[in-house]
Every structure is written in C-alpha cells, then in structure tokens.
Design a protein around this ligand. Structure first.
Ligand code: SAM
Length: 224
C-alpha cells in the first residue's frame, strides 16, 4: 500500500475506537434504517452463493448485515485500517464474514468476481483521485450482471444542520468532499453506463446503483 496513505490510516485506526459510538450519537435509529435499505435494495432472493464485497467496511456493520440476510453468501469486508478491521472481527462472533486489508483504489480481487459491490458513507471521505480510482476498481471487480451500490449522505436541507454537516466534512473529509456531494450522479455516470438514484425513507441518505452493462446487455449475459 503506498506510504502516502499511512497518515490517514492512523487517523482511522484511532477513530475505530469510538466510531460505532459516534455513529450511534450522530445517526441513531437512522443508521439501522440505512443499513436495512441498502441490504434490501439488492433485491436478489433466489440466487445461491452470492459474492458480496463491502469496500471501506469500517467496523463491519454493513457487511455483517449482508451476511445475516444471505446466509450462504461469501461476504467480504475490505478496509485499509487495521483498527477498523479489528473492531469488525470482534463483532463477527459467528465468523460469517471475510475481512481483507487493502486500499480502495487498488482492489486485490480478480475482474468480474462479485455479484454485489457496495460502499457505504465512505466514498466522499476519499481524496478525488482515490475516489475515482475506487469507482473504476468497483466496476472492474463486479460481474457484468452485478450491481455496485453506493450509499452517501444527503446534504441536509435545514440551514443549521447543513452548516454542522459541512463543519464535520471540513474536519473529516478531503477538501473536495463538498464538491463531490454536490455533483450528484455525474461522477458515477462518467464511469458506469447505467446509474440510478433512490433515497432512504427518512431522506438522510441516498443510494446510487451502478451497473457496468445496460439493461439489454445484462439480459444477453444472463442467457449465455
Ligand atoms: C466513514 S467510515 C465508513 C464505514 C462503513 N462503511 C460504515 O458505513 O459504517 C470510512 C471508512 O473508509 C475507510 N477508508 C478510507 N480511505 C480508505 C482507502 N483509501 N482504502 C480503504 N479504506 C479506506 C476507513 O478506514 C473507514 O473505515
């Protein structure tokens, strides 16, 4: 992993100690809603042995929720922070998930090998070039009939909450995070031919679904 990441990795290693507590305070019951919305959005009921990859998995809440819903799936959590991965391992009492350490901009997996690739509330925290790299990598490792699911914060509408949101972003994220969140679907449409948007019931998060082939091509791939 390039040395340049080590500062940010250290930051996340420390953050890992109180990440779940922080999220509980920050998002409360909405976090549960978001997780359920993301997992249910996959919309696959019958397929056996799904392969699911959660990039920037943090303390593993999302990948564990996937493993719970799809008991026979291969559910992989991927993150560059040892601290975050330790917390995820600790939460995985029934050893249902596989955890891999690595950089989101350089995924250590073969092409076309996952049915679902997701990234929850993390893309905006990556620096511009890494973010674009991570999106290209997600496209590379997802199967042609698979889906990439990206969950991001919705910019709050209430003026005071909006200011607090931007203050947190200034403290935690790279300088271009704000620009990225304001760009809507454009960064995704530059990479994927099929992009759609939906929102969680509370409207606090948005889900961007990306596919590397369009509808017609997907049907053709499934028939072969
Ligand atoms: C805000 S947390 C999100 C955690 C989790 N996805 C969730 O929804 O709770 C961001 C995560 O991204 C990870 N991360 C940041 N930059 C990364 C990179 N370049 N490669 C891999 N992981 C990265 C951090 O270690 C951290 O666990």
């Amino acid at each position: 992993m390039p040395k340049i990441r080590s500062g940010r990795q250290k930051y996340y290693n420390v953050f890992a100690y109180f990440y779940d507590f922080f999220i509980q305070i920050h998002s409360g019951r909405h976090r549960e809603e978001t997780r359920r919305f993301l997992v249910e959005s996959v919309g696959i009921e019958k397929k056996k042995h799904l392969r699911i990859l959660d990039i920037c998995c943090g303390t593993g809440s999302v990948v564990l929720a996937f493993a719970e819903k799809y008991a026979d799936a291969l559910a992989v959590g991927y993150d560059f922070s040892t601290g975050m991965l330790h917390k995820a391992k600790h939460k995985d009492k029934a050893s249902r998930i596989v955890l891999v350490q690595g950089d989101a901009a350089y995924l250590s997996f073969n092409d076309d090998c996952f049915d679902v690739v997701c990234c929850s509330h993390a893309l905006y925290e990556l620096k511009g070039q890494d973010r674009t790299g991570a999106l290209w990598e997600m496209k590379r490792v997802v199967k042609s009939d698979g889906q990439v699911l990206i969950m991001e914060h919705q910019i709050p509408k209430h003026p005071i909450i909006k200011i607090l949101f931007y203050i947190r972003m200034l403290m935690m994220g790279p300088t271009d995070s704000r620009e990225f969140l304001q760009q809507g679907l454009t960064p995704f449409e530059r990479i994927f031919p099929d992009v759609s948007l939906s929102h969680t019931p509370s409207g606090k998060s948005k889900l961007i679904r990306c596919r590397k082939t369009t509808g017609d091509n997907r049907l053709r791939t499934q028939k072969i």
